[in-house]
Design a protein around this ligand. Structure first.
Ligand SMILES: *[C@@H]1O[C@H](CO)[C@@H](O)[C@H](O)[C@H]1NC(C)=O
Ligand SMILES: *[C@@H]1O[C@H](CO)[C@@H](O)[C@H](O)[C@H]1NC(C)=O
Ligand SMILES: *[C@@H]1O[C@H](CO)[C@@H](O)[C@H](O)[C@H]1NC(C)=O
Length: 244
């Protein structure tokens, strides 16, 4: 009973707050009009589709990936679809210098930044791990470290614009082709995934799950973790932490 008294009210408050904030606003495509957006991993799959959605909504986009040729096509299609502006900068996210300079260049091209969409991953093939540390290092560098580098480089511009960072993790389309025959599930349609990610970014949703199963939301949403996070954060003095 004591437990209920102590924990039930904050839990209820948490859920009410969660519902309030998540249902507060509805997405409108105009939210992206004139916004300055970077999309990484934009030569194919969800990244490419996000660039097209953003273009239709009238955003400025800078796309990146390794292949110049495909990026050129993505950019010209973005312009056809009505992008406020569209540019590409090709390079490898294995290269930290490139990652840093890319953000600065993209910011210059658009005159600022409202949204950084991190969507690239390294081109791992689906094999059993054979002890190749180079592959581990490359995965960490491309799939993790470059995300940090890009975010840090973008932070000053995002602070100015009250912008947002969107991190994508997916197994749609292109990724599904890479694992076809190994993973027996259907790919989610990349166009729809892409739109849901942009909506989530525009509404500043903490997490967005896209899948054709209702279970994904429930299981990955992990209410237990959220409650624990909420409770444990109550014992931190965040003000002190930030001002330290
Ligand atoms: C890394 O990127 C920088 C900036 O784009 C470039 O000058 C340099 O040649 C790149 N390094 C490699 C190894 O590709
Ligand atoms: C991924 O790209 C690297 C660098 O371009 C290349 O050396 C490697 O063979 C590629 N790996 C796969 C699995 O395609
Ligand atoms: C950013 O958000 C803060 C706090 O919500 C607000 O005071 C400020 O005017 C906003 N700035 C811009 C550029 O929207």
């Amino acid at each position: 009973m004591a437990f209920m008294k102590k924990y039930l009210p904050p839990i209820l408050v948490f859920f009410l707050a969660y519902y309030y904030y998540s249902a507060n606003e509805e997405f409108r495509p105009e939210m992206l009009q004139g916004k300055k957006v970077i999309v990484t991993g934009a030569s194919k799959g969800i990244g490419e589709q996000m660039a097209y959605h953003l273009a239709k909504m009238g955003a400025h986009v800078v796309v990146t990936a390794r292949s110049k040729e495909t990026l050129k096509k993505v950019v010209s299609h973005c312009l056809e679809l009505g992008a406020a502006s569209a540019h590409y900068i090709a390079g490898s996210m294995e290269n930290v210098t490139f990652a840093e300079q890319f953000v600065a260049q993209a910011g210059k091209l658009m005159g600022g930044l409202d949204m950084l969409i991190l969507n690239h991953i390294t081109n791992t093939s689906m094999n059993l791990f054979s002890g190749d540390i180079h592959l581990v290092r490359r995965s960490m560098e491309v799939n993790f470290l470059s995300y940090v580098v890009l975010s840090v480089a973008a932070l000053p511009m995002l602070k100015q614009s009250n912008g947002s960072i969107v991190v994508v993790s997916s197994k749609a389309d292109t990724a599904m082709k890479a694992v076809s025959g190994i993973l027996n599930i259907d790919a989610s349609p990349k166009e729809e995934c892409a739109l849901e990610i942009i909506k989530g970014g525009a509404l500043r949703q903490e997490e967005v799950y896209y899948d054709n199963s209702v279970w994904t939301d429930l299981l990955l949403g992990n209410p237990g973790r959220k409650i624990l996070e909420f409770l444990s954060l109550r014992s931190y003095s965040l003000d002190k932490f930030i001002n330290n």
